[in-house]
Design a binder for this molecule. Structure first.
Ligand code: NIG
Ligand code: FE
Length: 420
C-alpha cells in the first residue's frame, strides 16, 4: 500500500543516528512545501514536494493533501507506567488538601496502593485496559511507547503485566518496548526488607522475564524509602547479566545516587533528574546516558521546582521528554501537553521539545535507527497536525492538535478529512 502526503510543512528531524545534544537539539529539519511517500510500512521518499513527486511510485497510491499543515514523526514516549487497574483519586484529593507525595505514600496511598487492582485482575483484563490506553496514546499522536511493569510486585503479577504489554504490542497499533520495573516499591509482604525483596526478584522473577523475553529493559526506583543505590544496583546488574538494558528512576524526590549508578551501569537513560548536580551530569555525559525528563509529574504533583533542563542541555547530555504516564504522578498520555510544560516551566524552546519528544525519545527506547524522524527507509509513523506553524504544538496547551495518524504507513486515526 502506498500513501502520499503533499502540501506539508515537514519536520524531518534528519541525521538521527545518535541522540541529539546541546545545540543540535533545536534543529528540526523544517521543509516548507514538502511531501512524504509511504510504501508499505516504510518511508520511500521525503523532502521537497517537487523532488518527492519525481519518485516513480509517487502517484501510484492514495494522495492526502495536508493543506499546509505540519507533518512530523509520531511522538516516541520513552517512559510510561500504563499497566494499572484504576486511577488514584484518593491520592489526588489528599494532594488538594496539601499532602505531599511522600506523605500520601506514608498514609497508605502511593505505588503500593495500586497493587491490589493489578494483582486481582486477569491477564485478559489487564490486556483490555492497556488496549484502551494504547488507543488514547495513538489519538494524541504517540506511535511508540516504552511501557513499564511495576504495579504487581510479585512474580505472578509482574509476569502478568509484562504479558499484557506483549499482547497489546502484538496488535501492532502502537509500538511498545517493555521494561521490567520489579524494583518500583517494596510490597507489603517485604515491608522493611527491600534487600530480601530484591533477592527474590533476582532469584524468581528475572529468570522468567528473560526466558519468556518479556522485557527489553530493566528499571529501578532509586530513592530514599524505595531502593538504595546498592539495592538498585544489585537488581539492575542482575537484569543486565540476563540480557536486559538498564534504565533508572534517578534523583526524582531527593539526590539519591541514581544518576551515578546509571552512568556506572552504562544505562540507556536516567529518568527524572530533578535533583541531579553538575557532577552527575558529567558522569551521564561520559556514559552516553540519555536524560529523560518528565515534567508532567512535577506539574501534577504541584511542585514549584522542575528538572534543570537548560543546565542538562548545556552540559551536553542528550535530553528526551516523556509523559511518565501513571496513576500517581502523571495521569496524562498527551505528549503535546508535556511539550507545553517543558517550554513554560523548563525553558526549553519549542524546537528542542519536538526533537526531545521524537528522535531522542526513540533513542531512549532503542528505536532511534527506525523511528523518531522522517527519513527514507524509516518506519512510516507520521502525524498530520492541525496547525501551520510547529510552535503551535506546545502553544495551545491542553489541546490535541492531531489531525491524522499514520502508523506503519496505514491511516489509523483522523479527525480532519485530508482532501486528495
Ligand atoms: O515515575 N517514581 C516512581 N514511579 C512513578 C510514580 C508511580 C506512582 O506514583 O504510581 C514516577 O513518578
Ligand atoms: Fe516513572
Amino acid at each position: 500500500m502506498k500513501n502520499l502526503i503533499t502540501n506539508a510543512v515537514l519536520l524531518t528531524l534528519p541525521g538521527s543516528e545518535r541522540p541529539r545534544c546541546a545545540g543540535e537539539l533545536g534543529k528540526v529539519g523544517l521543509i516548507r512545501d514538502g511531501a512524504v511517500l509511504m510504501d508499505g510500512e516504510r518511508i520511500a521518499a521525503v523532502g521537497l514536494k517537487d523532488l518527492v513527486m519525481r519518485h516513480p511510485d509517487a502517484r501510484k497510491g492514495r494522495i492526502f493533501d495536508a493543506g499546509g499543515r505540519v507533518v512530523m514523526p509520531g511522538f516516541a514516549d520513552c517512559h510510561t507506567h500504563p499497566v494499572f487497574g484504576a486511577p488514584r483519586l484518593k491520592d489526588f484529593e489528599l494532594r488538594a488538601r496539601g499532602k505531599s507525595y511522600r506523605e500520601i505514600a506514608a498514609e497508605g496511598g502511593g505505588i503500593v496502593s495500586s497493587l491490589a487492582a493489578v494483582r486481582g485482575a486477569t491477564e485478559a483484563e489487564l490486556t483490555r485496559l492497556l488496549q484502551e490506553q494504547a488507543q488514547r496514546f495513538l489519538e494524541c499522536g504517540t506511535t511508540a511507547i516504552e511501557a513499564k511493569s511495576g504495579y504487581g510486585l510479585d512474580k505472578d503479577s509482574e509476569l502478568k503485566a509484562l504479558r499484557a504489554i506483549k499482547h497489546v504490542a502484538a496488535g501492532g497499533r502502537l509500538d511498545i518496548v517493555a521494561t521490567f520495573l520489579g524494583a518500583h516499591a517494596v510490597p507489603p509482604e517485604y515491608k522493611g526488607k527491600p534487600a530480601a525483596y530484591v533477592a527474590m526478584l533476582i532469584r524468581d522473577v528475572l529468570p522468567a522475564v528473560a526466558a519468556e523475553r518479556l522485557a527489553v529493559y530493566v528499571d529501578a526506583f532509586c530513592e530514599k524509602g524505595y531502593f538504595s543505590p546498592q539495592e538498585s544496583e544489585s537488581f539492575l546488574a542482575a537484569g543486565a547479566a540476563a540480557g536486559l538494558r538498564v534504565k533508572v528512576h534517578a534523583e526524582q524526590l531527593s539526590r539519591s545516587g541514581g544518576a551515578a549508578l546509571a552512568a556506572r551501569l552504562n544505562a540507556v537513560s536516567a529518568d527524572h533528574l530533578d535533583c541531579a548536580d553538575d557532577g552527575d551530569l558529567r558522569l551521564l555525559k561520559e556514559s552516553g546516558t540519555i536524560a529523560v525528563l518528565v515534567p508532567g509529574s512535577n506539574h501534577f504533583l504541584g511542585l514549584t521546582e522542575y528538572p534543570p533542563a537548560r543546565r542538562i542541555i548545556d552540559s551536553g547530555v542528550p535530553v528526551a521528554l516523556a509523559t511518565d504516564f501513571n496513576p500517581g504522578t502523571c495521569p496524562c498520555w498527551n505528549m503535546q501537553e508535556i511539550l507545553s510544560i517543558a517550554v513554560s516551566r523548563m525553558r526549553m524552546t519549542p524546537e528542542e521539545t519536538l526533537a526531545a519528544a521524537t528522535i531522542n525519545g526513540a533513542h531512549a527506547m532503542g528505536l532511534g535507527q527506525t523511528h523518531g524522524s522522517l527519513e527514507t527507509g524509516k518506519v512510516a509513523d507520521i502525524l498530520v497536525m492541525d496547525c501551520r506553524d510547529y510552535r503551535e504544538i506546545p502553544y495551545w496547551f491542553g489541546a490535541n492538535l492531531v489531525a491524522a495518524v499514520f502508523k506503519r504507513g496505514k491511516l489509523l486515526h483522523h479527525t480532519v478529512e485530508l482532501q486528495a
